[in-house]
Write a protein that binds this ligand. Structure first.
Ligand code: NAD
Length: 388
């Protein structure tokens, strides 16, 4: 693994490489955190990967608290509870440790603990982020244990508003972690379903960013290489979770996806967000289900672009070849072809479909879709994903 070790300062400092979690004490010192709150989720909290990381803190005599009341697709109650623990423990920073759910919640605790306005006032709309008291935001160290969301290199946190059943993206430049430890050894314990879902999330980020309109050659370059890494490594990581090289490349692809999607996302996410908020499905798996339908829908606007991408990755057959490769990748990863494979006893009424389509077109990601996502189009895509 020696060749897969590096230090990046773009978009933030990333200490990348197997075994680098042992550098946590010096990372805390570099960030000026003396008494961190370690935020993770209850599933991970029971796994050796958390015990061994907490041992690193204990061995270095670093006082810390642990908060793990974080559900997948975290909600405001998780944030409120986390802030109470943060304040009660007199913590001065956060170690966000886990998949996107724990990373986002950890980041939001560091952000929101010092604010006086409700978290919903900082949704990623216009310049709402300037409402925040930036000086009171605590520093964040992010340690991903999945390879998908890329939240470790992002300036946003996603939280579900249970009152409205909507996923809200909270944005502030200081939600970007000060330092990331990206240690692929931490991701080897991911079960196949999570490996597949998170990996497809990384692919969805890269693909939608690449297809979003607008000039951003840096994002485009990062996205195409991220897509290549997913095609080459996700099936390997899925088939053999202990393949550390495949895990490492997937961890890179995840960070690349989130770096690229500052250019924009699209209809995969616009549809996946309401489904995730209402049915509590896994975010990446939901993206994976919608992917081929949205790709076909966007074809008139993206065909030459996808042909270029296919030739870079080495997929023959232009757009059709790429679309087949996506279907083939989904099959290899046991991704359901229809939504019913994700949601038990799915029997969606016409009213419910209308409601989801209406939510999709106002999702902030809808504006990045290369073909306008009208309500009729969202409804058609939803029906296709239900029919399979
Ligand atoms: P997750 O964080 O919800 O974790 C899924 C499950 O995997 C959990 O049960 C967890 O315990 C388990 N798990 C995590 N790491 C493991 C490991 N190494 N070994 C064994 N089990 C492990 O899943 P996710 O896909 O990483 O994150 C999804 C969340 O991220 C959603 O809330 C989504 O909305 C959000 N998200 C955020 C951004 C962003 O930019 N901030 C982007 C995409 C998605």
């Amino acid at each position: 693994m020696t060749e897969l070790v590096s230090k990046w300062n773009y978009p933030t400092t990333v200490r990348f490489g197997a075994g680098r979690i042992k550098e946590l004490p010096e990372v805390l010192e570099a960030t000026g955190i003396a008494n961190p709150l370690f935020v993770t989720d209850p599933g991970l909290a029971r796994l050796p990967v958390v015990a061994s990381t907490l041992k690193i803190l204990n061995d270095a005599n670093i006082p810390h608290g642990v908060f793990s009341d974080v559900k997948p697709n975290p909600v405001e109650a998780n944030l409120t509870a986390g802030i109470a623990v943060f304040k009660q423990g007199g913590h001065d920073g956060v170690i966000a440790f886990g998949g996107g759910s724990a990373l986002d919640l950890g980041k939001l605790i560091a952000f929101q603990a010092g604010q006086t306005r409700p978290v919903w006032d900082f949704e990623d709309i216009g310049d709402w982020w300037t409402r925040a008291d930036a000086a009171s935001i605590a520093p964040i160290i992010a340690v991903p244990t999945t390879a998908g969301t890329g939240s470790e290199v992002g300036r946003a946190g996603v939280i579900t508003n249970e009152a409205t059943h909507t996923k809200k993206v909270i944005f502030h430049p200081k939600l970007l972690p000060a330092i990331v430890i990206a240690d692929p050894e931490l991701s080897v314990g991911m079960p196949p379903f999570i490996t597949a879902g998170t990996g497809m999330d990384a692919l969805a980020h890269c693909l939608e960013a690449y297809c979003a309109p607008g000039y951003h050659p840096m994002a485009d370059g990062i996205a195409v290489e991220g897509i290549r890494l997913v095609f080459e490594n996700l099936p390997k990581a899925f088939a053999d979770g202990s393949d550390l090289t495949a895990r490492a490349h997937m961890m890179s692809a995840a960070a690349m996806g989130a770096t690229a999607f500052q250019k924009g996302l699209g209809a995969i996410h616009s549809l996946s967000h309401p489904i995730g908020a209402i049915y509590d499905t896994h975010h990446g798996m939901t993206n994976a289900v919608f992917m081929p339908y949205v790709l076909a829908f966007n074809r008139p606007a993206i065909e030459p672009r996808i042909e270029r991408l296919a030739s870079y990755i080495g997929i023959a057959g232009g757009f059709d070849g790429f679309a087949d490769a996506i279907l083939n990748l989904r099959r290899q990863l046991d991704v359901p072809h229809a939504l019913g494979g994700l949601i038990k006893d799915l029997d969606m009424s016409e009213d419910q479909k209308e409601r989801i389509a209406a939510m999709a077109i106002v999702d902030p990601t809808a504006g990045g879709n290369p073909v306008e996502l009208t309500k009729e189009a969202a409804l058609k895509l939803l029906n296709e994903a239900i029919a399979g």
